[in-house]
Every structure is written in C-alpha cells, then in structure tokens.
Design a protein around this ligand. Structure first.
Ligand SMILES: Cc1cc2nc3c(=O)[nH]c(=O)nc-3n(C[C@H](O)[C@H](O)[C@H](O)COP(=O)(O)OP(=O)(O)OC[C@H]3O[C@@H](n4cnc5c(N)ncnc54)[C@H](O)[C@@H]3O)c2cc1C
Length: 395
C-alpha cells in the first residue's frame, strides 16, 4: 500500500492551501474529499477579503501577511485569481456603532490602510441609489476580493503539478490509530496511510473528530446567498451592514450548544445585508442564515423572499427580483470566535485546521503555517490561543 508523507482531509481553501504548500516542498501528499473539489463553503461565498473588525493582535498580523501573499498569488500559481481591491461601504445605524467605527478607522489608518468614517450626505454621494433611511453614515474603506473558484482551481492545478494525489468522493469515516499516532485514515473506499494527517473538513469537523472520541465544539451556521439580475441597479461599492444580527446569533448558538448540546439547540435565524455587483453586472446578495444541526441542501423559500425584499428595501428602484441561482452552505464557527489550528493531543501527527468562519483573507498564510507546523519548523506566531484542545472534552 502506498504511504504518503501527509494526508489532507477536506479540499476547501484551508485543505488546498496546505496541500499545495506541502507538495511544493516535495512532500508526497494525498488530498481527500467526501465530494468533489471544494464542495463546501469555499466555493459558496461572497469572495470578500475582510479584516472583519479585527483591530489588534495575531489575527490582524496574519491577515496582513496573507494579503501580501495574495498580491503574488497569480505569479506563484500561474493564473489570474481575480485578486483586486474593492471599495466597501459598511453602513451604520446607531451612535454606538459610529463610535466603534471611528476607533476601527483610526487603527487601520495608523496601520497604513485606507479607511474613513463618513456622514450621511457623503454616503449619499458615494452610493446615490441606496435608500438611506435610518442610516447615520458609514465606514468607507478599501479592502479586497478574489475569485474563490479561480483560487481553488489554481491551488489544485499547481499542487497536482507538484505530484499531489487526489481522492475525490472518498469520505473519511474514521482513523486507524495506536496510543499517540494516527496510522491511517479510513475512507468509504479504503484506508489511506500517511506519516501525518491534516483535518480541514470545515463544518463537518466535529462529526469526523467524534470518531476519535474527541468532541470538538465546532458548530455551523447555514448561510444562504443568491445571484440576481441587476434589476436596474448600478453599484459603486460593496455594501454591507455594521454588526449584523448574524454575529449575535452565532454567539448565542455557541452558548446554547455548550449548555444544551449541539443536537438539542433550538432553531435560530438571522438576516443581514451584503450586496455586490459581479463582473457580469449581476447582483450577488447575502445572507439569510440559520442555526440548526440538520444540514439543508436547498435555500428555504422564506430566505429567498427575505433576501429579495432586502435588496428592494435598500434599493427601492430595484425591479422584479429575477434570481439566477441561489445556494445555502454550512459555515463553521467555534464558540470563542477563534479557529482550531494545531496538533490534537494525544496524536502528535494529527493537525486540525478548521473552524474558520471567514477564512478567505487568511487562506495563503494558513497553508504556509500548517506546512511549517508539520515540518517542525519554527514559526513567528504564537498560535496557542488556537489550540484544538482548549475546550478539552473527551467523550
Ligand atoms: C453565503 C456565504 C458567504 C460567505 N462569504 C464569505 C466572505 O465574503 N469572506 C469570507 O472570508 N468568508 C465567507 N464565507 C465563509 C467561508 O466560505 C468559509 O470560512 C471557508 O470557505 C471555510 O473553508 P474551509 O476550508 O475551512 O471549509 P470548506 O470550504 O467547507 O471545506 C471543507 C471540505 O471538507 C470536505 N469534507 C467534509 N467532511 C469530510 C470527510 N468526512 N471526508 C472528506 N472530506 C470531507 C467537504 O466536502 C469540503 O470540501 C461565506 C460563506 C457562505 C456560505
């Protein structure tokens, strides 16, 4: 039986960037997915690379280093990945958020980024068709976007050129192990052996880790989005709202899951507004979301209605909402808002890289860090706050 240096389970952006970095170093890598390439959230997002309000510490430093890598990605991976700057409006509806926005803006400006807090009249000039009812102004800034499918394809193609083996439609269902080592990953089609293993299975991580009797508190919200014909709208910016209710829903569901158990939590729903215009002029809008353990495959009709109504509310001139496509996908999160990134005790050859609610901005740096950890190299970040065992609940 062929033995790999590393088996990476999950071909989302986290698994792919890790597999690519290892293959580039000459390691024999197997990339395994239960479905096709990047079948989870990595090909179902709105493509924004955002600091998401992070204004200090290691996560901010990771984002900044990662953005530098994005700037070189097309050259490194040999193809345009759609990386570009994007003007963003994050609109604000109350004074408290205004004060917070000012603090954020000051921080980012000090660190060399283009940020500003604008009042309602400036906001109107920036986005004349936006219905500003109740809006006091906005955080107005430059950040970035990329094309997730192109990034996925570029990583995959380059990693294959470096010799990576690909195992699609191969669901990992458990592990062979002894006391401190994983000896093989058992898939529906047989066992794959490697010296080291990476679990990068996003929202499905808890299910897989339970096969090792380790209860990782990684849960998911299910986020829906749609693409609609432009309906007469022309946007100058990406627009979204400051402090959406989704963030509070995520926090609340994390608390409930820890208290009642994930399987017992009541269904929660939230609605937020994000809109951008894609390169074809169509509108990409998100997101209605819900927390419930049962994973759904189709967007609930009420979510479609909410998202369409939200576009109309923000842009009264918007005509009939002609939806081109819509989707819903689970997005992982951890109750303390930090990912799991590190070795899973007692297994010294099992690296967990999961629980990233907004991973797009950090994708390149995560692959580099994961490969360094696996190679035993020194890294300049203290990743202890991402320790997968910080909740220590063995069942
Ligand atoms: C509507 C929406 C909008 C979003 N917008 C943004 C945004 O603008 N910016 C941003 O940063 N983030 C956004 N996100 C979140 C972002 O997409 C996720 O943070 C990210 O994709 C997670 O990547 P991942 O590699 O951890 O997991 P995933 O991409 O989910 O990958 C996990 C992979 O593991 C595979 N897998 C699962 N279980 C197994 C198993 N047992 N065996 C083998 N394979 C398995 C899955 O098939 C999947 O391919 C959005 C998400 C959604 C749904």
């Amino acid at each position: 039986m062929k033995t790999y240096d590393v088996a990476v389970i999950g071909s989302g952006l986290v698994g792919l960037s890790t597999a690519y970095e290892l293959a580039k170093k000459g390691r024999k890598v197997a990339l395994i997915d239960s479905l096709g390439l990047s079948a989870g959230a990595s090909s179902a997002n709105t493509s924004l690379l955002l600091f998401e309000g992070v204004t200090r510490g290691m996560i901010f430093d990771l984002c900044v280093e990662s953005i530098e890598s994005y700037a070189n990605m097309a050259e490194e991976l040999g193809g345009d990945v759609g990386f570009e700057t994007a003007k963003m409006i994050c609109y604000i509806k109350n004074e408290e958020n205004f004060a917070e926005a000012r603090r954020m803006s000051d921080f980012y400006v000090e660190n060399g980024f283009e940020y500003d807090v604008v009042d309602d009249s400036t906001l109107h000039k920036l986005e004349p068709e936006l219905n500003m009812e109740g809006m006091l102004g906005a955080l107005y800034f430059t950040q970035w976007k990329m094309d997730p499918l192109r990034v996925v394809y570029a990583y995959f193609t380059r990693a294959r050129e470096y010799g990576m083996d690909w195992y699609p439609h191969n669901k990992a269902i458990g592990f062979r192990k002894n006391n401190e080592r994983i000896l093989g990953v058992i898939t529906e089609k047989g066992t794959i052996q490697a010296e080291q293993y990476v679990v990068a299975t996003g929202a499905w991580t808890r299910e897989l880790m339970l096969t090792l009797n380790i209860d990782i508190p990684e849960y998911y919200i299910q986020g829906a989005a749609l693409v609609a014909e432009r309906g007469g709208i022309s946007l100058n910016n990406v627009i979204y709202q400051f402090e959406p209710t989704r963030v509070r829903m995520e926090q609340r569901s994390g608390e409930l899951a820890m208290e009642l158990g994930w399987e017992n939590i009541p269904k929660l729903v939230a609605s937020e507004f994000v809109i951008l215009q894609d390169s074809h002029g169509n509108l990409v809008s998100a997101q209605s979301s819900m927390v419930t353990p049962e994973i759904v495959n189709a967007v609930p009709p009420e979510f479609l209605r909410d998202m369409a109504a939200n576009i109309k509310l923000h842009f009264p001139k918007f005509g009939v909402c002609k939806v081109i496509r819509s989707w819903i996908c689970p997005i992982p999160f951890v109750p303390d808002g930090k990912p799991f990134f590190g070795f899973v005790r007692p297994y010294n050859n099992l690296l967990l890289a999961s629980g990233f609610a907004s991973v797009l901005i950090m994708t390149p740096i995560l692959g580099k860090l994961a490969s360094s950890l696996l190679e035993g190299e020194r890294i300049s970040y203290d990743l202890s706050s991402f320790d997968p065992c910080r909740f220590e609940k063995v069942v």
